[in-house]
Write a protein that binds this ligand. Structure first.
Ligand code: FEO
Length: 174
C-alpha cells in the first residue's frame, strides 16, 4: 500500500476511534442526567463510529498496509447542556468531514482509485451525519428551556436510536 495513503488512513482510524469514545462520553453524561433516550442514541452512535474504525482497519490490512490501533485522548466527563452536546457533536463531525475530504484528496493525488472508491462510503456517511446533527440542533433550539418539549425530544431520540440500530444491523451485514 502507498505509504502516504497508509498514513492518511491510520490518521482516519484514530479520528473514528476518538469519535466513538467522545460519543460514549456523551451517552454516559446523558444517562446520568435522566436523558435515557439521548443516551441510547449516543451509545448507538458510538457503536457506529467504532464500526467506521473497524472498516478502515480491515481495509488497510487487506490492502497490504499495517493498521495501527490508536490510543485516544480522554473525552470530557461533564457537558454544559444538551444543546451544547449536540453543538459539539456537529463541530466534531465537521472536523471528521474535513479529514475524510483530505484522504479523498490524497487518493486523487496518488492516483489510488480503489481507496478513493472505498472512501466514497465515508463521504456519504458524513453528509447524513451532518444533516442529522443539524436537524437535532434545530429541534433543540425550538424547544428552548421547555421541559415538556425536552421530554418529547428525549422520547424521539430513543425511537431514532432504535431505527438506527435496525438500519445499522442491515448495513453491517451488507
Ligand atoms: Fe465516522 Fe461520524 O464520523
Amino acid at each position: 500500500m502507498n505509504k502516504r495513503i497508509e498514513v492518511a488512513l491510520n490518521d482516519q482510524i484514530q479520528k473514528e476511534s476518538s469519535s466513538s469514545q467522545y460519543y460514549l462520553a456523551m451517552a454516559s453524561w446523558a444517562e446520568n442526567n435522566g436523558l435515557n433516550g439521548t443516551a441510547k442514541f449516543m451509545y448507538t452512535h458510538s457503536d457506529e463510529e467504532r464500526f467506521h474504525m473497524l472498516k478502515l482497519i480491515k481495509f488497510v490490512n487487506e490492502r497490504g498496509g499495517v493498521a495501527i490501533v490508536p490510543s485516544v485522548p480522554q473525552p470530557p466527563v461533564e457537558f454544559d447542556s444538551l444543546e451544547r452536546v449536540f453543538e459539539l457533536l456537529l463541530e466534531h463531525e465537521l472536523m471528521v468531514t474535513e479529514s475524510i475530504n483530505s484522504v479523498v484528496d490524497i487518493c486523487l493525488q496518488e492516483k489510488d482509485y480503489s481507496t478513493h472508491n472505498f472512501m466514497q462510503w465515508y463521504v456519504s456517511e458524513q453528509l447524513e451525519e451532518e444533516a442529522l446533527a443539524r436537524g437535532i440542533l434545530d429541534k433543540l433550539r425550538l424547544i428552548g428551556g421547555d421541559k415538556g418539549g425536552l421530554y418529547l425530544f428525549d422520547r424521539d431520540m430513543e425511537a431514532s436510536a432504535a431505527a438506527a440500530n435496525k438500519a445499522g444491523t442491515a448495513d453491517k451485514k451488507a
